[in-house]
Design a protein around this ligand. Structure first.
Ligand SMILES: *Cc1c(COP(=O)(O)O)cnc(C)c1O
Length: 423
């Protein structure tokens, strides 16, 4: 479902006029549709209705508290990658029994926090971490249920910076060492190796790499069981892509079919960690044109959002659809423009040579597919405050993160003790 549609010539978000919202809140701002998130979550629930599967939302995609609350109310679990994320998930009411803790560099404090909150599973990514977790569990007198994250050496055929399942990537334990890793886990006190985990990358648009990785997982589970390990769960990570540019990725149903085909016979509970696929197309960034500048070589549209608000084009050469909030007249001539932000970096370019309907100063536009890996990656570079986040649902809206103020930014800092005050 695309909740961002034109109505009476104005783009609306689930029934709320974005022009009205912009007047009330100012620009830029993120806007998320709760209905779209629920619909996508339900698509997973339906797709996996005949499998014992738990959806643990990979909250690094979008960790706004109201988004997490949406998932908690839907009954989802969470995949967290830091102590901070764990605390946010708990604050949003996601039950510890549905929380997975992933990541290559969990600190002792983070492991202790995970153990004291009693989460479902800690995904261990190295022998050193396994030892640290064993020590922490013994110190607390508890047993930690773990998965060992395996690096299956499968190329996810996605952007280099978001590939995680190749030998040269920092994630997981090489599949060749998996037998040793499980043997070691069985020897160490305080650990119960209940699961095998993989996560091969993000924004995958083909099912083939999933099929290859999950088949390796299934084979490994067979070997581990033969060696006496009690493997009850497989954690298959996330990574299913979304439509950014008109090329539709596989549906949750097609993804579920691959999972059934590859690991269905194991009798394991299946843990899923989708992030982007659940929220990516449920959000947009709304911005206003400050100036247009027609150059000799190219024409620029300068907007009030920038790379500090939405870094994906600069970081991954990512494509985001751009649409004006005022519906363009049918047959309007397109103009070839670069859309750029005000930050003093050439990288602060959202798109080059894109054919867009005519845009002038004061016009509102949106960046589509901005629900995942956008607001969470924002910074205050160039002393630009964090922008607000709005949640909409069937004609209602709520400000779920207020616009940061310059005062907020200044309050967090101080002069050094030996410096003089400014009067
Ligand atoms: C990032 C991540 C995910 C989610 O990836 P998406 O592409 O957003 O689905 C899932 N699991 C782990 C371990 C991750 O690091």
């Amino acid at each position: 479902m695309n909740p961002f549609r034109y109505k009476n010539g104005v783009l609306h978000a689930d029934g709320v006029s974005l022009a009205d919202l912009a007047t009330e809140i100012g620009t830029p701002f993120y806007c998320y549709s709760e209905s779209a998130i629920s619909a996508q979550y339900r698509a997973y629930v339906d797709a996996f209705a005949d499998q014992d599967a738990v959806v643990c939302y990979a909250m690094k995609a979008n960790d706004n508290l109201a988004i997490l609350r949406t998932f908690a109310e839907l009954g989802a679990g969470a995949d967290v990658v830091s102590g901070g994320e764990l605390q946010r998930a708990l604050a949003a009411g996601i039950p510890p029994s549905k929380i997975i803790f992933s990541g290559v560099g969990k600190t002792e404090d983070e492991l202790a926090l995970a153990l004291s909150t009693g989460i479902m599973q800690i995904n261990v990514e190295s022998f050193a971490e396994m030892e640290a977790l064993s020590r922490a569990a013994v110190a607390k007198g508890v047993t930690a249920e773990i998965a060992i994250r395996i690096n299956p050496n499968v190329d996810a055929k996605t952007h280099d910076k978001i590939s995680t399942g190749r030998k040269q990537d920092k994630f997981g334990i090489d599949i060749e060492l998996a037998a040793d890793a499980y043997r070691k886990a069985a020897e160490l006190p305080g650990l119960d190796a209940a699961a095998v985990a993989v996560h091969i990358g993000s924004q995958l648009t083909s099912l083939d790499p999933f099929r290859a990785a999950f088949s390796r997982v299934a084979e490994l589970v067979g070997e581990l069981r033969a060696a006496g390990h009690d493997i009850r769960r497989v954690d298959l990570g996330g990574g299913l892509g979304i439509d950014y540019d008109g090329a539709a990725p596989p549906t949750p149903a097609a993804y579920a079919a691959v999972i059934k085909e590859t690991v269905g016979h194991l009798g394991c509970r299946v843990l899923l960690e989708p992030g982007r696929n659940l929220v990516g197309n449920a959000g947009i960034l709304v911005s206003r044109v400050i100036y247009t500048k027609d150059g000799d070589d190219r024409d620029f549209v300068i907007v009030d959002a920038a790379m500090n608000d939405l870094i994906r084009p600069a970081l991954y050469d990512a494509y985001h659809g751009i649409r004006p909030v005022a519906e363009p007249a049918g047959g309007a001539n397109l103009q070839r423009v670069d859309v750029v932000g005000p930050v003093c970096e050439t990288g602060d370019t959202f798109t080059r040579a894109r054919d867009l309907p005519p845009l002038s100063a004061g016009d509102l536009l949106i960046f589509d597919s901005a629900g995942a890996y956008c607001a969470v990656m924002a910074s205050t570079y160039n002393a630009r405050p964090h922008v607000p986040e709005i949640l909409v649902k069937e004609g209602q809206f709520s400000i779920v993160r207020a616009r940061q103020t310059i005062e907020d930014m200044l309050r967090a800092e101080n002069f050094a003790d030996w410096q003089t005050a400014v009067n």
